[in-house]
Design a protein around this ligand. Structure first.
Ligand code: SF4
Length: 388
């Protein structure tokens, strides 16, 4: 039976691999049957790739373990997946990903990855790996799918155990070994003599949680090109929705601006904003009420439309002119520029509508049920009755 290890490049799955290689009695299968697979989002920190190339790939090559790297082929499932590498002699960890990366997805949607919703993780990792397995191992013959969840991640294990392909037999070695993150890191340190950096996307909201934040900022300062990409994504998302930000609604920009050593990086970011094409977008949101509670927000439906494009200076001038002509205030914090045509109110359902200036990276997109939600949220007799 084939054993497929989802190799996320982090300490957890690295520890599993290393233990199997250094303590063969812990694995109970032949290495000929092992497949190590990584789904590349295109957004992994570059220092993780360096660690993998220096310490893990040489071991996999020495043991001639089949090592596969895959990525999404495009925005839609019909675009399939791309096999970036499939070899028993891996050398390069292809963290720049495939033709459609997590950064593309976030920029095209003018948003940031949401910590409360791992849909993007399934889209860029779980789904991609399932496609490769289905195409290469089939969907009939059982295979063992090894996941690197830590022993104390029981919720994730429970959530994972009945997911995926019908012939999947999920297994969680760290749970059977009672290894948590500290145990994994200590084991790697004892075998390789290195401290394993946390593996995650540069744009990952979990990388900015308290406890990881300082280390992530240091990584960004060392790799300013990756940091600039994350800042551009955040800038666009905040322009379209001021309540967004990579740090659970707060902005990475502000964190870096208040951290010594970030000045060059922020100057690069400003240069990048100057280089990009810009646009003025119309963004409309329709908010429903939670059932039975007009003070609580239910679902949000959005419509985003690009109206005009030009340089950054042209679009900032254009939106200031639009504010004047519409008799509205230009809403600006000195970095973002917005004109509110309609502002949301305290009661739901309600709507909001704004013109915003931002890099022309987002695509037009209107949720299929937006029009209905918009009509329901406009100020009408029902809303007036609630308010008066
Ligand atoms: S952003 Fe974070 S949660 Fe999302 S795929 Fe990347 S590492 Fe996983």
């Amino acid at each position: 039976m084939k054993i497929v290890l989802s190799y996320g490049l982090g300490a957890d799955s690295t520890a599993i691999l290393l233990r199997w290689l250094t303590e063969p009695e812990t694995r109970g299968f032949s290495l000929d049957d092992l497949i190590v697979i990584t789904a590349q989002t295109g957004d992994e920190h570059v220092d993780t790739a360096i660690l993998v190339e220096q310490h893990i790939y040489p071991l996999l090559a020495e043991h001639r373990i089949r090592t596969v790297q895959v990525a999404r082929g495009g925005r839609y499932e019909r675009d399939g997946i791309v096999v970036l590498d499939d070899t028993r002699e891996p050398i390069l960890c292809l963290t720049s990903g495939g033709p459609y990366t997590l950064a593309d997805e976030m920029e095209q949607n003018a948003t940031v990855p949401q910590s409360g919703n791992r849909a993007h993780s399934i889209k860029f990792k779980g789904w991609v790996i399932d496609q490769w397995i289905a195409a290469n191992l089939g969907t009939d013959e059982p295979f063992v799918h090894v996941m690197g969840y830590e022993a104390d991640e029981l919720d994730r294990i429970q959530g994972d155990s009945d997911k995926g392909l019908p012939n999947r037999l999920p297994t969680y070695p760290l749970l059977s070994w009672s290894w948590d993150r500290d145990a994994c890191e200590a084991f790697i340190l004892s075998v390789l003599g290195v401290r394993w950096a946390k593996s995650c996307c540069v744009r990952c909201p979990f990388g900015y949680a308290q406890g990881s934040r300082d280390r992530t900022v240091l990584r960004l300062q060392r790799n300013p090109h990756q940091a600039v990409g994350a800042l551009v994504m955040e800038y666009l998302a905040v322009a379209v929705n001021p309540r967004q930000g990579l740090l659970a609604g707060k902005q990475l920009y502000h964190l870096l601006a208040s951290t010594p050593g970030s000045q060059d990086l922020l100057a690069m970011f400003e240069d990048r904003l100057d280089e990009l094409p810009w646009a003025i977008y119309e963004v409309r949101r329709a908010f429903s009420a939670k059932r039975g509670d007009a003070m609580a927000r239910g679902t949000t439906r959005r419509s985003l439309r690009r109206l005009v494009t030009g340089t950054r200076a042209e679009m900032v001038a254009e939106i200031a002119r639009a504010a004047h002509l519409l008799g509205r205030r230009l809403d600006s914090d000195g970095r973002h520029y917005r004109v509110w045509a309609r502002e949301r109110n305290l009661l739901f359902p309600c709507v909001e509508q704004a013109l915003v200036a931002a890099p022309a990276l987002a695509h037009d997109k209107t949720h299929p049920t937006f029009d209905k939600a918009w009509q329901a949220g406009l100020l009408g007799p029902r809303q007036l009755a609630l308010a008066l």
